[in-house]
Design a protein around this ligand. Structure first.
Ligand SMILES: CCCNc1ncnc2c1ncn2[C@@H]1O[C@H](/C=C/CNC(=O)c2cc(-c3ccc(F)cc3)cc(O)c2O)[C@H](C)[C@H]1O
Ligand SMILES: [Mg+2]
Length: 214
């Protein structure tokens, strides 16, 4: 059985990246996906926006919806202060071991816990099973039509506090119209749009930041 694209990305990282160096892992993935095979990592351009919002949030507890290969988990975790932690939810069993290995190569396994399953099933367990109080930062990058329902679920589960920062990828392409409609019309969110480009392409895209006002 020939390898998947995600396995080829792991091979490239395993062969080319410097062990324990997150930047070299990110550079390796960006190089591979811009030169060899496109993949839906947030990428280097939108990655800078992600970096800046994570620095602004300076989270103790962060959540990511949609681990995929672990690229954005590495971007986030490399910026976390000591004792801070990132939970990343991924439901495709094929991607979980690949992401774990890539995060291990980056030397960030202690900062990231990948939770395998559907976000809508795991979010309600975060407090009881994973000892989460509230979330300081949430990165949404899973199925786009799940952004809105899972944001509502986060609020309903009491996981958002005054000042919690949400950041959503792909506002323009593939787009998340229901989420945008919901978050911009919901009085308890303060929204900011960050125009950018689709990863590794000249196509317009954008990210949306939403600060929960409590
Ligand atoms: C129902 C379960 C929901 N709950 C879930 N619970 C847990 N994990 C979930 C859930 N739903 C999905 N996931 C996981 O998250 C990941 C999915 C990510 C999805 N991302 C896109 O579709 C996208 C497309 C393009 C794109 C742009 C241009 C193109 F031409 C083509 C594609 C670009 C982008 O930046 C994109 O992020 C991962 C693959 C998938 O297993
Ligand atoms: Mg994305």
């Amino acid at each position: 059985m020939d390898q998947s694209k995600e396995q080829r990305i792991l091979n490239s990282v395993s062969y080319n990246a410097v062990k324990g160096d997150p930047e070299s892992v990110l550079d390796c993935i960006d190089k591979y996906c811009s030169q060899k095979e496109w993949a839906m990592n947030v990428g280097d351009e939108k990655g800078l926006i992600l970096d800046n919002v994570v620095k602004e949030a300076d989270p103790t507890t962060a959540l990511e919806l949609g681990t995929y290969c672990g690229y954005s988990a590495i971007r986030i975790a490399r910026l976390l202060k000591p004792k801070a932690h990132l939970f990343s939810i991924e439901f495709n069993p094929e991607f979980v071991p690949i992401a774990k290995e890539i995060i291990e190569i980056a030397g960030l396994s202690d900062k990231v816990t990948i939770l395998e399953g559907h976000a809508q099933d795991i979010i309600p367990q975060l407090k009881s099973k994973y000892d989460v109080d509230t979330l300081d930062f949430v990165f949404l990058d899973h199925w786009k039509e799940r952004y809105a329902p899972d944001t509502i679920l986060l609020e309903e589960c009491g996981l958002l506090r005054k000042g919690s920062i949400l950041l959503a990828d792909n506002i323009i392409y593939p787009g998340a119209p229901e989420f945008l409609e919901y978050i911009r019309n919901h009085k308890r969110f303060e929204c900011t749009n960050y125009p950018s480009h689709l990863e590794y392409m000249k196509v317009e895209d954008a990210m949306e930041k939403a600060v929960y006002l409590g």
